[in-house]
Design a binder for this molecule. Structure first.
Ligand code: SF4
Length: 164
């Protein structure tokens, strides 16, 4: 079971005042809310996502989304952005490295970061919502600095419990 913050609808213009939608992975309330909800989930005996190697689905060659009209995208959140359509079922997939900034995390800051295996530059949709382009990483360092130890402690406390 996983709770996710409410974000702007795909295709909405970037936030100007952060409004009531979540537009970045380091909003202060996100740490508190996600830890609380994860703990309450585990406490009730439900499974919660484990910390594991993970990256944006854009990074995986085999991950695509096909729209009703046969157009192909790398992420469901991009389906209202014509510029992020990577092809069609009829024509196949075109080059998308530049449009999706595939090397966004290949920089010293990320390559030296202990969180790289669980982040790989974060969520491109968040960056797109915030800035209107996929020009930078959605850095989760602050989020993991504040939450990773607590997440591991939650797992030690709840996952190691004998099943009743
Ligand atoms: S947490 Fe920030 S610095 Fe670390 S890998 Fe992710 S985006 Fe890069």
């Amino acid at each position: 079971m996983q709770f996710a913050p409410v974000v702007k609808k795909s295709g909405d213009s970037g936030a100007t005042d952060f409004g009531g939608d979540c537009v970045c992975s380091y909003e202060p309330w996100l740490v508190e809310a996600s830890l609380y909800l994860r703990e309450e989930t585990l406490k009730r005996g439900y499974a919660a996502p484990k910390i594991q190697i993970s990256a944006c689905m854009v990074e995986y060659d085999s991950s695509i989304v096909v729209n009703y009209d046969g157009s192909i995208y790398k992420c469901p959140a991009f389906m209202s952005h014509d510029s992020l359509r990577i092809g069609t079922l009829q024509e196949g997939i075109k080059e998308y490295r530049a449009s999706h900034n595939m090397d966004v995390w290949k920089k010293d800051e990320c390559l030296d970061c202990a969180y790289l295996p669980i982040c790989f530059g974060g969520c491109r949709q968040m960056t797109l919502l915030r800035t209107g382009a996929i020009g930078e990483v959605d850095c989760r360092k602050e989020f993991y600095d504040l939450s990773l130890e607590k997440i591991i402690k939650q797992d030690l406390q709840y996952r190691s419990r004998p099943k009743s």
